[in-house]
Design a protein around this ligand. Sequence first.
Ligand SMILES: Cc1ncc(COP(=O)(O)O)c(C=O)c1O
Length: 438
Amino acid sequence: MTHFGRQAPVAGVEAAQIASAKQVLPGGALGGNALPESARLVISHGAGGRFWDTSGNCYIDYALGSGAMLLGHAHPAIHQAVAAQALRGVHFFNYLNETALQLCERLQRIIPCAERIRLTTTGSETTFHAIRLARAFTGKPKLLKFEGGYHGTHDYAQLATAPKQVGNDYAPIPDTAGIPDVVAELMLVAPYNDLDAARRIIMAHKHELAAVIVEPIQRIISPQPGFLEGLREITREAGVVLIFDEVVTGFRHGLSGMQGRTGVTPDLGCFAKVIGGGLPLAFVAGRADIMDQADPGQKGTAGYVYQNGTLQGFPLGCAAALATLDVLEAPGFYETLEARAETLKRDMQAMLDRHNMGTLVIGQGAMWNFHCAERAPRNYRDILASDTGKQGAIDRGLLAEGIFLIPGTRRFVCSEHTDEDFAATVAALDRVCATLSA
Ligand SMILES: Cc1ncc(COP(=O)(O)O)c(C=O)c1O
């Protein structure tokens, strides 16, 4: 039987690497997600739903590249496609190449809102460009987002993403230093899943509101029946562009994302993560009249929208995306993935209940999280009001058991997780709950 997690205190090469990282990288981290000091590790390699640290310890991975690795690590189909493309050239700037065109033709058939497609490289770029396109199209400056929604790293996205203190109002509180106050003046914030509040704000500001941006599943919170449909209706009535940020839900919750699943077609959709199979590939899809503002033939005209990027349409990423689509389009892929994820969630819930942990396992499809409260959350404030201290303790316990997750945030299931991975996860949860109950 495989042992998961660190088998001995960190030492040797891995300890030296962690120390070196602290000299080279801010906080010893590659980005905004440093692990707690006690759980620091250096990843060596991954395969399927697992990875190994440089001391040789194995972990079951539920962070999965922040959701990008729906097919797990080192999937042979992606590996082969990338290797074959690498022999033919990986990058030709954004001049038309046949691999990119093939991908876009295929995406256009799959994504309901995709009258046109623009490839980009990250989710953040994608939401940034969608917002610019919407502003140009409507000639209006403001953006409405939902409190607790995440749309990337740029200034227009880093407001009201995870406010620690909330008042009675829904305010565009910056999540980071370095954003000029003037940006917040361009942002309106509403509670997720509250259609009446959204209608009030949209109608009151429709003369200055360019777009509403929404994650169709906000982080881990599912939309209430009618919420997305209602947003569609209200934005259409108000002359406001509706942007679905499907960076996470795209290709995870079905081939055509939440727009396919719900039948609600936004004006613009933002996609990243899963489609690139772990390579930096993302795209904006949307209505032709909005997207065609980015036609380079219009350069120099008043309505032209600049949309560009060095790696846009790079064939290496497009080859990975085509290989990803081949796997996703196999009959029964999503049914199997979701049925397996439901089994894991059901077994974890049973274990939490057995220990009277007062904790729910929440999340739709191949996504889950713990929620230490009596009822499932409907918005960000429900999560803020839950027992996050208890959740942190469960998460840290699981991390120590080699169940790799980002504390506090949602976690993912991939197609390559095995029955052994799931059984080991539930067994680890049993031990963590026993310790915490004691
Ligand atoms: C819903 C959503 N939108 C946008 C982004 C930004 O994507 P990226 O990190 O690729 O810039 C993320 C990243 O997690 C996301 O979850």
